[in-house]
Design a protein around this ligand. Sequence first.
Ligand code: AMP
Length: 413
Amino acid sequence: MSFKDLQLNKPILRAVTEIGYNDPTLVQNKTIPLILKKKDIIVSAQTGTGKTAAFALPILQLLFDRQDASKKGKKIKALVVSPTRELAVQIGEDFNKYSTYTNLRATVVFGGTSIEPQKDILKKGVDILIATPGRLLDLHKQDIVNLDYVETLVLDEADLMLDMGFIDDVKKIERLCPNDKQTLLFSATIPYKVEQLANNILNTPERIEVSPNASTSKNISQLLYYVPKRNKIELCLHLLRNNIKGSILIFRRTKFGVDKLEKTLLKNGYKVGSIHGDKSQTTRQNALNEFKNGHTNILIATDVAARGIDINELDAVVNFDLPNIPETYVHRIGRTGRAKHTGLSYSFCSADEKTYVKSIEELINIQIPIEEDHPYPLDPKAKPIIHKSKKTGSKHKKGRKSIASKKKKKRWY
Ligand code: AMP
């Protein structure tokens, strides 16, 4: 199918052609007609599938006919809720590109930066608002945002939104929009809690599944290095000196780990940036821009900070720490080897991570080739170390924490 077959109008087609999209992607082919028919949908698709255009183009099309209100009279008719600031910024940029030849206005609001400039833009009137949950509710409380006219609500990366603890905010936002709105839920995976949310807020949704979550691209060469935990940094330096070249994304599990590795690589003269949840929005955006424009060639990130961010044409992904959720491995390495390029993935496994390898291999249904020829080997047959968690014997159930204590809790991602 072509974009024309999808019945998009000329101004939108013109923008899409100028950007260089020839044909719709699979998720766009399946999703756009349903959104134009005003159906609720639940879409399982990952970043990289073209999912942003899959909702942005039909939303613009639906609003196009009624776009002539003067700027001041504009009401928010489409609301996109995104879990992370980077993703929100990216969605906003995409909307602005696709709406070049329309009078529709889109803007982005997110926390971590001054609220005043965002208020000024909103007061001027927008058709499409892209927002992170906390800042959106803040602006609504201050009467700057009115959701009474929302016709289409998009929840993007719903699984991540729930992982990050936004469930109550999302439900609140949904209730602030009119009952008869159209709701579009996008999620990389559909775990039980996303299913439950969908049951609560979607109206007889159509389901679309595009990315086979459990498959890894044939374009990616995967290698596994067994290495003692204490030697991971040395192994990383060794590989950067001898094997891994080009643009490299390194995943670490914790913010602390990200900072530590960044310091070491900087000391060794590498051009490195990093992103994680404790950094300010500006710092994260700068690190991302520097990496995208080639000023740095190594980006170190936690999974949550990197989720949803469109970083194309990576040469290699390094799993410095193995993820404990096997699907995360597929997401991570799927960032390389895209669109006919070949990519490399290097995974470091220490003794306490061996069980993760087993579950990843079960999921992807292949054995990751082991590279034994390196200076810091760990016996792959050594028994895994299992950390026993101490039982505290607390009688308090999970989820009973006071709001104050929840606020004090530092985020790990
Ligand atoms: P997304 O999954 O929305 O993050 O999109 C991933 C990348 O695919 C972005 O760089 C988009 O600009 C690009 N893209 C989206 N739709 C198309 C299309 N139909 N043809 C080519 N590239 C596309």
